[in-house]
Design a protein. Structure first.
Length: 57
């Protein structure tokens, strides 16, 4: 289960990307979650996925 609060979600996703996954796509596939839903929630608080850095910035 992923956090529903956008700031907690940001922290959770960036930690997973940093420590366990090489891309957002790999994280979403492995955890069976929607990448679109994550990007929309984080875009609402002005964070966007940077594939080069492999994190939301």
């Amino acid at each position: 289960m992923i956090p529903s609060d956008p700031i907690m979600l940001l922290s959770f996703i960036n930690l997973k990307l940093r420590d366990y996954y090489s891309s957002l796509e790999a994280l979403c596939e492995d955890m069976d979650i929607s990448g679109e839903e994550i990007t929309e929630k984080l875009a609402a608080v002005n964070y966007h996925y940077d594939a080069e850095k492999n994190q939301f910035v």
